[in-house]
Every structure is written in structure tokens, then in C-alpha cells.
Design a binder for this molecule. Structure first.
Ligand SMILES: [Zn+2]
Length: 456
């Protein structure tokens, strides 16, 4: 999978402000605000004064920050906190590297920041000439909030919540799940009593989570689950897929959502798990079935309700709401397996499916790869003309997704008011090679499943 776990921007990531601020070994650490630091060549008094007048930095400040690669990158301050026993101005800052994915947001110390590169306009959102620098943080917050209201007046409550979520600081740093300790990527709204723990311990079977290792050990002696609750609908070799009905397994569904949000950005967490089916993929051994990843899907009955409200045609529906492969299992083809599985279910339902938007960055990459391989495989084997509708019927992929995929591969021409697929075998081969292989195949003969709406 073309994962973008670590940013590749290093040399070419330099910006104008970076060019202005020297990077590398000769970079002078910023003077500490209390003046305790001895400088070899004393700084001009004016510079020192200017620096200490900036501290502590405001939330929203843009500045260059030394990253783990030793180089300076532009960041935006998202939050700050006072260090315990701190001298005045001794704060830590939670920063977002503007060139990188949000999963790399982190707490940094003042000495990692290059105060000479502080942009004097604190935040383009609250930009208000010079006065913005003199505002208290409280005032700034207020303006920020007002701005959000004004600037996003077209957004509904859910999108606003999502916007707020986006700016949140990561709360849980690591989790223990089965034999893995996993670093988290994003904020997840655990109940308030868990907010003071940096690490949480999950039971890998029922997904209950605890603050202490001893609690988990005690739990494991009592917990009688050895696999996700629900029905095993697929087994091939050591791989199993379980269908978990959120209505029948509320606590499991909620736990799964809390866990998943740690690795998913831009998704509002659904507390109302009643409406969802969860398809949990496991690797099984003699100790039990260990969760690898999952996808969720709105139940057909919930769709009937939605369809009634939105007067939508129900032959076409979302066949996937959230998708996640847990970090220890990534880049092994499981993401594509989950996607392929969701389409196999759609085929059994006799429907065309598409994932709910927005997709995460990794999700979109996986889908692009899946669509490309499936469509090009058919085009390669097929003799004569084939329409997008026929492709859609064969694959359960929505026509729009087929069109955008083929367009991005430049295999579509618009002739006499119609989209025509132009597939030169040599071009197909080149694209197929670039798309890589799909990894794990879904063996449809091993899928034992009746569509949900037909169940009693
Ligand atoms: Zn358990």
C-alpha cells in the first residue's frame, strides 16, 4: 500500500521562511526567556527583549520547529501547557507541522522552536493588524470562535463538531492491544475519567479498556471471549471475518469506535452504534482470533429510513462507513482485503456500493489502488466494447467511482456527448504494473452470508 506514514519532504520541503532561518548544525538555539543561558557572543539587548516579549507563544503562532530529522519545519501552535515547577514562560507547545499529516502532531520544548522565525501575524484567521499581538489568549479564542461561526455558517452542527475535533490535542499516547503496544495517531473522545492516562490497556477480544495493566490482567482471567462477538461469516486459512451487529453488541461497538478514532482523522465518532454493522477481520491461532482491522457499514434498515428522508434511490448505497487496519498490520494487503470484502457483500446484496466520504488519506489510496486493479483486470480480459454501466454491474463499483478512476488513468475520452473507454493493451499493462498487486484475495466460496435485511 502506498502508505504515507512518514513525510518524505525533507530537502525539497524548505520554504522561504526556512531559507531565511538557517538550518543545520550552526543553528543557534533560541535564548531562554529567563536569561539564564550564557551566549558566547552576547545578543543585542533589543533582540533579547523582542524574544521575551513573545513568550509564552500564543496558540495559533506560526514558527519553525526542529523535527526528529534534525531539520527545521514550519509549524502552527495548537495548544500550550505550563511545565510543572516552571520558571515564568516555561511552556511546552503542541504543534502541527504544516507540511505533514496531523498524525505527526506532538508536544515540543521551547528550545526546538526558532523564535527568530515567529511570524508576527499570529494566525490568518484572527488577523487583525497589530492588535492581534496584544490580545489575551481569551480574547483571541473568542475571536476565533466568532470567526468560526461567521466563516462556517453554512456548516451544520455535525461538521462544526468535526471542525472542533480537528483542532484537538492527542490525549492517549499509546495503547496495549494483545501482544502489541501501539502509538496512537489522533485524538479520541474517551470518557473524561480516562483523560489523565497516557496509556490505555485494551482487552483484544471484547475491546474493554482499562487504565492499569493489573486491571487488564484481572480482566483477562474473567473474559470468556476469544474472538469478536457476532457471527463468523468468512474463514479462509487463518483469516476470519466476523459480522457484529451494533444493536446487539452496543458496548463492543462503542469500544471499537473509541479504539478506531485513535487512528482515524476527520471522522465524527458515532455514539449511536445501533445503526451499524461492524465487519472485524482477524488472524486466528490457538490463543484466539486477533483483530487486524475492520470496516463498518450502515444497516439496510437504517438506509431505508435515510432513503425515505432523502428520497434517495436505494439500489445504490454506501457499502462502507469507516475502514481501519491497525498499525502493526498495515502494508500487508489487509486494507485492500477489507475493501474487496465490502464489494463482495454488495454483490451478494445485488447493489452497487461506494464508501462514505470523506475518506482518510490512507483510505483513498487503498480505494484508488483497488478500483484500478479490478477495472483494468476486466478491461484487459474483455474483448470488444464495454460500458461503464456494465463494469459497474460486474464489480458493484459505483459508476461515478469508475469514471473518476478511468479518467485519472486517462482511459476515458468524450466523444459525441458520451464517455468512451479507450484501452490500449500496452497502456493497461503499464497502469496495472504501477498499481501493484492486490495482496490478499477474498475467496468468495468461503463467504457464508445472507444480506442483513433478509435476516429475521
Ligand atoms: Zn475482554
Amino acid at each position: 500500500m502506498g502508505s504515507i506514514d512518514t513525510p518524505t519532504i525533507t530537502e525539497n520541503g524548505s520554504t522561504q521562511s526556512q531559507a531565511a532561518a538557517p538550518s543545520g548544525g550552526d543553528h543557534k538555539p533560541p535564548a531562554s526567556a529567563n536569561g539564564a543561558q550564557m551566549e558566547v557572543s552576547p545578543e543585542p539587548e533589543a533582540t533579547k527583549k523582542r524574544r521575551s516579549s513573545m513568550l509564552p507563544l500564543e496558540v495559533g503562532t506560526r514558527v519553525m520547529c526542529r523535527w526528529r530529522d534534525g531539520k527545521y519545519h514550519p509549524v502552527k501552535v495548537i495548544e500550550r501547557r505550563k511545565m510543572p515547577y516552571a520558571v515564568p514562560y516555561d511552556y511546552e507547545y503542541y504543534v502541527h507541522y504544516t507540511e505533514f499529516n496531523r498524525r505527526l502532531d506532538e508536544w515540543v520544548k521551547l528550545e526546538q522552536l526558532d523564535l527568530d522565525s515567529v511570524e508576527t501575524v499570529v494566525d490568518e484567521k484572527v488577523e487583525d493588524k497589530v492588535t492581534s499581538l496584544k490580545m489575551t489568549r481569551h480574547q483571541k479564542r473568542k475571536i476565533d470562535e466568532t470567526h468560526v461561526e461567521v466563516g462556517h455558517e453554512e456548516l451544520d452542527a455535525a461538521s462544526l463538531r468535526e471542525h472542533e475535533e480537528f483542532t484537538k490535542v492527542k490525549n492517549i499516547a499509546t495503547i496495549e492491544l494483545g501482544r502489541y503496544e501501539i502509538e496512537t495517531w489522533y485524538f479520541s473522545p474517551f470518557p473524561p475519567e480516562y483523560n489523565d492516562s497516557l496509556k490505555l490497556y485494551f482487552c483484544e477480544f471484547c475491546l474493554n479498556f482499562m487504565k492499569r495493566k493489573e486491571q487488564l490482567q484481572r480482566h483477562m482471567r474473567k473474559c470468556d471471549l476469544k474472538h469478536p462477538p457476532g457471527d463468523e461469516i468468512y474463514r479462509s486459512g487463518t483469516l476470519s471475518m466476523f459480522e457484529v451487529d451494533g444493536k446487539k453488541n452496543k458496548v463492543y461497538g462503542q469500544n471499537l469506535c473509541y479504539l478506531a478514532k485513535l487512528f482515524l482523522d476527520h471522522k465524527t465518532l458515532y455514539y449511536d452504534v445501533d445503526l451499524f454493522l461492524f465487519y472485524v477481520l482477524c488472524e486466528c491461532d490457538d490463543r484466539g482470533c486477533h483483530m487486524v482491522g475492520y470496516f463498518s457499514k450502515v444497516t439496510s434498515s437504517a438506509f431505508l429510513l435515510l432513503d425515505a428522508v432523502e428520497e434517495k434511490h436505494s439500489e445504490e448505497s454506501y457499502n462502507l462507513a469507516c475502514i481501519l487496519t491497525l498499525p502493526p498490520y498495515q502494508r500487508k494487503g489487509y486494507g485492500k482485503f477489507l475493501i474487496a470484502f465490502s464489494y463482495e457483500l454488495s454483490k451478494k446484496e445485488g447493489k452497487v456500493g461506494t464508501p462514505e466520504r470523506p475518506l482518510s488519506d490512507l483510505g483513498l489510496l487503498s480505494y484508488r489502488g483497488y478500483w484500478t486493479r479490478v477495472l483494468l483486470d476486466i478491461l484487459k480480459k474483455h474483448k470488444g466494447n464495454i460500458s461503464i454501466k456494465e463494469l459497474s454491474d460486474m464489480t458493484a463499483i459505483k459508476a461515478e467511482d469508475i469514471l473518476t478512476t478511468l479518467q485519472s488513468l486517462e482511459l476515458i475520452q468524450y466523444r459525441k456527448g458520451q464517455h468512451v473507454i479507450c484501452a490500449d493493451p500496452k497502456v493497461l499493462d503499464r497502469h496495472l504494473k504501477a498499481a501493484g498487486r492486490g495482496g490478499l484475495e477474498v475467496d468468495v466460496s468461503k463467504l457464508i452470508w445472507t444480506p442483513y435485511k433478509e435476516q429475521s
